[in-house]
Ligand binder design. Sequence first.
Ligand SMILES: [Zn+2]
Length: 117
Amino acid sequence: MGFTSRPEACICKHFLEAVEKSKYGWFWECPSGGKCIYRHALPAGFVLKRDKKKMEDKKNEISLVDLIERERAALGSSQTKITLETFLAWKKKKIKEKQVLNLFLFHYMLPWLLRNK
Ligand SMILES: [Zn+2]
């Protein structure tokens, strides 16, 4: 395998580890010392493991939102119907409740109030 097919193969593993763990900086020194033959630089387009993980997390986040949206879209038509049905049922119940309350007020409360006047 050549360097071109696997660019990470020629990068110093100590350097890579230091970058991954955010330890790399001005004062970082390769444990292999000055005789280290590997590169202490990242090739263009190289994706660090920690960035790859971040990207995957982001992807998972997006796919979860996607999934919810898709589920919602799938439910869409029936959900509207259910909402309308439940609303009408609720309204019917409220009207009935009001009627019962009015009846109760008229037949019981009013005579009682008049009697205690
Ligand atoms: Zn090195």
